[in-house]
Design a protein around this ligand. Structure first.
Ligand SMILES: Nc1ncnc2c1ncn2[C@@H]1O[C@H](COP(=O)(O)OP(=O)(O)OP(=O)(O)O)[C@@H](O)[C@H]1O
Ligand SMILES: [Mg+2]
Length: 280
């Protein structure tokens, strides 16, 4: 069964990224009824003048049915368009924190918000806005394991809301694919045939289509060869100019050249700011 929302399209016409041809699709073809957390739609917000930070204040988390907190009084903030890195031992709570930030689970206490600051004097604009899960993209560890479609186009448009206009769709796809350097790949290609690095690019493009305020990446280099790892690091260095990134990784050396802020998650779920070691 085809998962394509565009079953009538000859995908060969998209070989050279002729996104114009998407304009020929009648709106009814966008009637894709399902969506899930891997394909969450996000909404672009107009950035107010001044700067903003994603701020996590006093967040604690206890899994349902358990008696101890997995995360303890987490406080940190990430300025917009910067890259934050969280590292720490296996089982310390890094992925649990990303799940809270993405809205997959709810904190037991504390807040996750966007705080805006005035451009003239840097003072906070009150009240802070709570960070909607719709504005957060998440790329899970080994995202290629969740690919479900037969073509790249189907994969990236899977779960899109029915009311997306053809023009919006064409433009958003083009922007996302340009951002991750996927413009030379045929959209009729199977996502499973891509190289490891290109699969990660596709996973990023899927999340970038709706320009999230925050993009979370859980172990983005895991399982890649050295060339693909360097490729993804280069890509993230470029992407942080466009979107705020929070990365969980054990690969401190590879990220050291692009990290703006870093934190260590201690066993038991305590997060503290810690600069990365200096690497030559
Ligand atoms: N739903 C749950 N109920 C109870 N305990 C849980 C639940 N989810 C996760 N945990 C526990 O929370 C702790 C943190 O898990 P988490 O996956 O966040 O760690 P991590 O830092 O991402 O580890 P890794 O580096 O191996 O990915 C672990 O001890 C895990 O067993
Ligand atoms: Mg983890």
């Amino acid at each position: 069964m085809s998962l394509s929302p565009f079953p009538h399209i000859d995908f060969r016409t998209l070989r050279n990224y002729d996104f114009q041809c998407l304009n020929k699709i009648p709106n009814s073809r966008f009637d894709v009824k399902f969506s899930n957390k891997f394909r969450q739609t996000t909404r672009t917000i107009t950035k107010a003048q001044g700067s903003s930070c994603i701020e996590v204040r006093g967040v604690e988390y206890r899994a349902p049915g358990t008696h101890h907190n997995l995360l303890q009084n987490i406080n940190f903030s990430i300025p917009e368009r910067s890259l934050g890195l969280i590292f720490g031992k296996s089982g310390s709570g890094k992925t649990t924190l990303l799940q809270l930030l993405s809205g997959l689970s709810k904190p037991t206490s504390g807040t996750i918000c966007i705080q805006r600051y005035r451009s003239n004097d840097g003072s906070p604009i009150e009240p802070p806005e709570s960070l909607s899960p719709n504005r957060v993209g998440i790329v899970f560890q080994f995202p290629e394991r969740y690919f479900v479609a037969d073509t790249i186009l189907e994969e990236v448009t899977f779960g899109w809301p029915a009311n997306t206009s053809r023009e919006q769709l064409a433009l958003k796809l083009q922007n996302a694919f340009n951002s991750v350097g996927l413009h030379n790949i045929s959209m009729e290609e199977s996502p499973h045939n891509l190289s490891g690095g290109y699969k990660r690019r596709l996973a990023l493009a899927i999340q970038l289509v709706e320009t999230p305020d925050l993009l979370l990446l859980d172990e983005p280099l895991a399982g890649l060869d050295w060339k693909a790892r360097a490729d993804v690091v280069r890509l993230l260095k470029h992407l942080k100019k466009e979107v705020t990134l929070l990365v969980v990784s054990h690969d401190l050396k590879e990220f050291s050249g692009l990290v703006d802020h870093s934190w260590k998650m201690e066993m038991g779920g305590n997060l503290r700011e810690e600069p990365l070691p200096f690497y030559k």
